[in-house]
Design a protein around this ligand. Structure first.
Ligand code: FAD
Length: 399
């Protein structure tokens, strides 16, 4: 039962942030930097979120305010490589856009953001909370409640705004009634075996293997750890992929003339991701503002999810500060539309890239041949190359 607002455990903050992923922590840091009080609620432990392996490729435009640790330690990438037909094709995107990618593992980014929020800025973050619920979102006095991990007691935080940053499996999106949320979903019908290998990178850049046996990807994470992907059947069991099968398949799909042999290593993560995307427009319901994977999921195909989460968080954090400290309502009023323009653009890119990655393994000779034509065009048409580079880097002037 919802406790009385007069109960001793009831507290009040301008903003409650649900979820301590990249989106929630970035919103929290922007609020704290502007001396706006908030609390961040997270179901997992600090140790868990600081070690959860996920993304690593970050756009230049998505590092604002995260720069300290990242700029000191991230690798800077200026080009990537496609391998198809037994050949290697370098794609020098920096030459086309003057932009680069940072490669910085998500656990390090989250560690930096937690430290900045909690240890440096003294922000309130509560780990291990359970059964988070959102209340009265359509009123000007919303609240978020949760079970305290120490006492098991339900605690309530009253607030003015809720930032729903709890990812794809959170509760914020569920709090938007079905009549309001117009979820749009795309299922690619394809699985990726996501692997982390205790092995140094085997190329000096991200490598995409487009092969009749299926897509394979190689992405450096650190000098000791490399992420690999292998296209597989959706819902496949990782146990079907023992060490020897994984490395044989990676060698076949990433093999090309003059390519460095793959450095093998122990597989420390092995899980199957079903490739699907969704968007939940609008990203606002009353006083709830969704950000990141809670509002839109992009399969790792285009490496865009973390970037979108950060772009949302910058807009939301700035808009909340503008309203709370200066009474400016424009940012929050335009928040959903501004985020959705970029989100749909990235969705479309992910869709296009999925065609390239998976077309040659579709079993359809016509589709396989047009896929290769698309891919060759990137290396024969400067206009096509520039358009691809702009989307790959998220570098368009306007979204
Ligand atoms: P999350 O990171 O999911 O954070 C949400 C947080 O909320 C979590 O800490 C969760 O524990 C917490 N939470 C959940 N439920 C609740 C609740 N009820 N109450 C309170 N807290 C809750 N993106 C890229 O841009 N580049 C890449 O290279 C890339 N590679 C990827 C590789 C893999 C294998 C995967 C799985 C994803 C990849 N992504 C990539 C996507 C990226 O990791 C996500 O888009 C990103 O984590 C989204 O951040 P977020 O803050 O929105 O959500």
């Amino acid at each position: 039962m919802f406790p009385s607002p007069h109960a001793p455990s009831v507290e009040r903050r301008p903003v409650v942030v649900v979820g301590a992923g990249p989106a929630g922590l970035t919103v929290g840091n922007i609020l704290r930097a502007a001396a706006v009080d908030c609390v961040v609620l997270e179901t997992e432990s600090r140790e868990f979120i600081e070690t959860r392996p996920r993304a690593g490729v970050i756009e230049e435009g998505a590092v604002r305010g995260l720069a300290a640790g990242l700029l000191a330690r991230a690798q800077v990438h200026d080009e990537c490589e496609f391998r198809f037909g037994g050949e290697r094709y370098r794609f020098r995107y920096h030459e086309l856009t003057a932009r680069h990618h940072y490669v910085y593992p998500q656990p390090l980014l989250v560690t930096d953001l937690v430290r900045e929020y909690a240890d440096v800025r003294g922000g309130d973050i509560r780990f291990g909370v359970r059964e988070v619920r959102l209340h009265d979102l359509e009123t000007d006095r919303p609240a978020v409640s949760y079970l305290c991990p120490e006492t098991g007691e339900r605690r309530v935080v009253h607030c003015d705004f809720v930032a729903g940053c709890d990812g794809a499996r959170g509760v914020s999106r569920e709090a938007v009634p079905a009549w309001r949320a117009r979820l749009a979903r795309r299922d690619h019908g394809i699985g990726w075996l996501a692997l982390l290998a205790e092995a140094p990178p085997s190329a000096d850049c991200v490598v995409f293997g487009v092969h009749p046996r299926g897509f394979a990807g190689h992405m450096a994470r650190s000098p000791e750890v490399t992420r690999y992907y292998l296209q597989c059947a959706p819902g496949d069991d990782p146990e079907n992929w023992p060490h020897d099968r994984v490395w044989a398949e990676l060698r076949a799909r990433l093999g090309a003339a003059g390519a460095q042999p793959l450095a093998e290593g122990r597989l420390i993560e092995k899980r199957v991701l079903d490739m699907h995307n969704y968007v939940v427009p609008p990203m606002v319901f009353g006083r709830l503002f969704l950000a990141g994977d809670g509002a839109h999921l992009t399969a790792p195909i285009a490496a865009k999810g973390l970037n979108l989460a950060l772009h949302d968080a910058f807009l939301l954090g700035d808009a909340l500060v503008a309203l709370i400290t200066g009474g400016d309502t424009d940012g929050l009023a335009g928040y959903s539309a501004a985020c959705l323009r970029r989100a749909w653009d990235y969705q479309e890119f992910s869709e296009w890239l999925s065609g390239i990655y998976h077309g040659t393994a579709s079993g359809d000779r016509y589709h396989a041949a047009t896929t290769l034509a698309r891919l060759r065009r990137l290396f024969t048409s400067p206009a096509a190359a520039r358009a691809f580079a702009e989307q790959y880097l998220g570098a368009a002037d306007a979204y």
